[in-house]
Write a protein that binds this ligand. Sequence first.
Ligand SMILES: [Mg+2]
Length: 121
Amino acid sequence: MPDNSDFNTSISYFKEEIDKFVEERGWSKFHTPKNLVQALNCEAGELSQLLLFEDYLPEDIKKDKKLYQKISDELADVLIYLISFSNSLDIDVTKSFIQKMVKNRKKYSTVEFNNGNYYKK
Ligand SMILES: [Mg+2]
């Protein structure tokens, strides 16, 4: 297993790994944008279910090794389908992120949204 972490891994690594995984299994025909976005939502639901009706603090989750591992696994499933979706439409995730952050900074200016105030003035 490679010694990758968030600090030394690019998005292209994920895109290539997932593309290879899908190709090796002949799953490309099933990886339509509709199927992938639905799978993404299913995995987000599995992640959400782990916290349903619980009011864990972040420290509680980090201390519970079993729960922490389950959350980590579901987070990876969400990421895998998100990247698969971007692969199916040739979306450059980095460009999308940068463009959307510009829009978000404009939409949620620090003048209007600060001190925990989330309501537009
Ligand atoms: Mg899952």
